[in-house]
Design a protein around this ligand. Structure first.
Ligand code: F0G
Length: 351
């Protein structure tokens, strides 16, 4: 047994760090690749879930943030800023604490899950709720980073994608080769681009013998890449991917085209169904946006895009605990009983 050292140490020779880069880490990465029995049964494929909600702040953003914050410190930054649908801000806030930096975040007011808001606040970030969309927040953030001495840690910062590509390395390291198909939610489109970088790098260096087809999934009310033009008023229950003009649009298209993959839309109804399936049949609690990868896999299966026996990995990007409101609103109300074992037995249908 050797303890996991965080992804910068684990993949140091494949990342833009030197011996003098200060490593800011919460020991992110090394997340489980969980076999998905029920989804495998339905699709006839060998499906695994890359459970990114088990990163330190509960989402894949920590992979990008360990590198972005380490590089910001190396470059002498005193403060960082990001726009966010919630997870990036939670991660930036935590890693900024670790590094002793000030952290500012801009989020669309009323459109981020409660757990994510709690994280930014508890880590002491300067949080501004903007009366606008994520896309508005990102535009404002870019202007601020150009004008003031504050480092941008959104995924337009190339260090973010470098960190996030390590998830693809871990998958190949765990499976012994790349999967045939990789399914992933698409919001600002950084993560699909990062995975593709990682898979390409491992294939070029002979660590993997192949590269997967990348299947990306946007919510149908927020599917600019699918539709081919920006969406001014994106709408979806999956607030994490409620994005109308993704920053890494071109990179995501390149990942799609170079891999022979596709970027498709899934409806909120499909996302909610996959969320429930993961929770109730796989025992894996993810947030709504994360379920888009599995909703998409089921859709691809129905379209006949998959071959039986293919190995498939779905990234589930964030932890279900991020959004307790959604979880509770969709479940039956709990029954209240007096302090009485017989009442409990009756309520449980035992007596
Ligand atoms: N899933 C979750 C849980 C996310 O938080 C995000 C993005 C995505 C998927 C999409 O990843 O943007 O790389 O295509 N969240 C960003 C944020 C926008 O601010 O937390 P992407």
């Amino acid at each position: 047994f050797r303890a996991w050292r965080g992804l910068i140490e684990e993949y140091r020779d494949r990342l833009p760090v030197s011996a003098t880069t200060p490593v800011v880490t919460l020991l992110e990465g090394g997340t489980p690749l969980v076999p998905a029995r029920r989804v495998s049964e339905i699709t006839g494929c060998d499906v695994h879930l890359k459970v990114e909600g088990l990163n330190p702040t509960g989402s894949f953003k920590d992979r990008g943030m360990t590198l972005a914050i380490s590089k910001a410190v190396e470059e002498g930054a005193q403060a960082v800023i990001c726009a966010s649908t919630g997870n990036t801000s939670a991660s930036a806030a935590a890693y900024a604490v670790r590094a002793g930096l000030t952290c500012a975040v801009l989020v669309p007011r009323g459109k981020i899950a409660m757990g994510k808001l709690a994280q930014a606040l508890v880590h002491g970030a300067k949080l501004l709720q903007v009366e606008g969309s994520f896309d508005d927040c990102l535009e404002m953030t870019r202007k601020l980073a150009e004008t003031y001495p504050i480092a941008l840690v959104n995924s337009v910062n190339p260090h973010r994608l470098q960190g996030q590509k390590t998830a693809a390395f871990e998958i190949v390291d765990a499976l012994g080769d790349a999967p045939d198909v990789h399914c992933i939610p698409v919001g600002n489109a950084g993560n699909i681009s990062a995975y593709w970088m990682g898979y390409k790098e491992y294939a070029e260096d002979g660590v993997a013998t192949k590269r997967p087809r990348m299947l990306g999934f946007q919510a149908s009310g927020a599917a600019p890449i699918v539709g081919g033009s920006p969406v001014t008023h994106p709408q979806t229950i999956a607030t994490a991917i409620r994005i109308g003009n993704p920053a890494s649009w071109r990179l995501a298209e390149a990942a799609r085209d170079e891999s022979g993959g596709d970027i498709q839309a899934v409806t909120d109804r499909q996302i909610a169904a996959a969320y429930k399936l993961l929770a109730q049949e796989e025992g894996v609690f993810v947030e709504l946006a994360s379920a888009a990868s599995v909703a998409g896999l089921l859709q691809a299966h129905e379209q006949g895009l998959l071959t039986a026996g293919q190995r498939v990995v779905c990234t589930v990007t964030g932890n279900g605990l991020k959004d307790p409101d959604w979880a509770i609103s969709g479940a039956p109300a709990p029954v209240t009983i007096p302090t009485d074992a017989y009442a409990a037995a009756a309520a449980l249908g035992l007596a």
